[in-house]
Design a protein around this ligand. Structure first.
Ligand code: NAD
Length: 263
């Protein structure tokens, strides 16, 4: 199978579409899998703007603990063979880019340059008015976590959380770039994603359950355009029905074999 995929990659303009399964072997649990953040935190509250704002004002200790649990997993995560292979394929001119639903920054850490982040990035904060974006690096996030763990009063916690998120040069508060339930996808990222889909002759769908809308419209659009679809996921998903090739394997294992084959 590795040989067949390597041949396709040489012949076709290829784009990758990734989800949480691509980062599982980097140590980040999937959304619906076991041991994830969402077993402890109700996503209806912690992944929705009204829920998180209400909890922030009522119990900032819960939000600071959520930040600690969320970022501690992300800070430890390193790219795996999937991220490295996609970056390497792009470098060799065999991949046009990656469209990801992930917010963990691992594609960029592995070296991918063309990345459409449909659901934002946990390290980026954006001004909703002038659209300016600021990035916190891993060191800044780690320092914030150490400091916030020492705070206990409501006032101190609120102050620390707000100063971590920060203000734009225009004076307004920044907001996480991560897309919460019910929020629209960032327009720039969506435009980038559709530009990639419009050029794709082969779409690699990697580690997504294919149930998150509107992101999942992209593979369907690619299929309608006649793009060949290759799905890499140990489980069957709603996208399996449009896949021309299905690889029922861990993405990390498949891409480490591909990297080895490509040399
Ligand atoms: P999901 O949790 O709904 O589905 C994960 C998919 O990955 C499943 O279909 C599962 O079978 C598959 N999978 C599990 N192990 C795999 C492996 N080793 N190789 C390949 N596939 C594997 O994730 P989703 O479809 O991405 O949707 C959930 C939402 O939550 C998305 O927005 C997602 O990006 C976000 N999320 C992001 C992260 C992250 O940034 N790493 C982590 C969790 C959730």
């Amino acid at each position: 199978m590795v040989e067949k995929v390597a041949k396709l990659l040489r012949e076709k303009k290829t784009v990758a579409f990734t989800g949480a399964g691509a980062s599982l072997e980097s140590g980040i649990p999937t959304f619906r899998g076991k041991g994830g953040l969402w077993e402890k935190y109700d996503p209806q509250i912690y992944a929705s703007v009204p829920g998180i704002l209400f909890t922030f004002l009522k119990s900032p200790d819960k939000i600071s603990q959520f930040f600690v649990d969320f970022y501690e997993v992300l800070l430890k995560a390193e790219p795996n063979s999937t991220h490295y292979a996609l970056a390497e394929l792009e470098r060799r001119g065999s991949l046009l880019g990656v469209i990801t639903q992930n917010i963990d920054n691992l594609h960029q850490l592995a070296g991918s340059k063309v990345v459409s982040e449909l659901h934002g990035n946990a390290y980026k904060f954006r001004c909703r008015v002038c659209n300016r974006e600021e990035t916190r690096d891993k060191k800044e996030v780690a320092e914030f976590l150490e400091e916030v763990k020492k705070l206990h009063t409501r006032k101190d916690l609120i102050r620390k959380l707000l100063s971590f998120i920060g203000r734009c040069e225009c004076g307004r508060r920044l907001a996480p770039s991560v897309v919460f339930f019910g929020q629209p996808l960032p327009e720039e990222e969506l435009v980038k994603a559709y530009q990639l889909i419009d050029k794709a002759e082969l779409l690699l769908i990697i580690g997504t359950s294919g149930v998150v809308y509107p992101a999942v419209n992209l593979p369907f659009q690619a299929k309608e355009r006649g793009c060949q679809i290759l799905e890499i996921n140990p489980e069957l998903t709603p996208l399996s029905s449009i896949a021309d090739i299905k690889i029922s394997q861990s993405a990390n294992i498949f891409f480490s074999q591909l990297l080895e084959y490509l040399g």
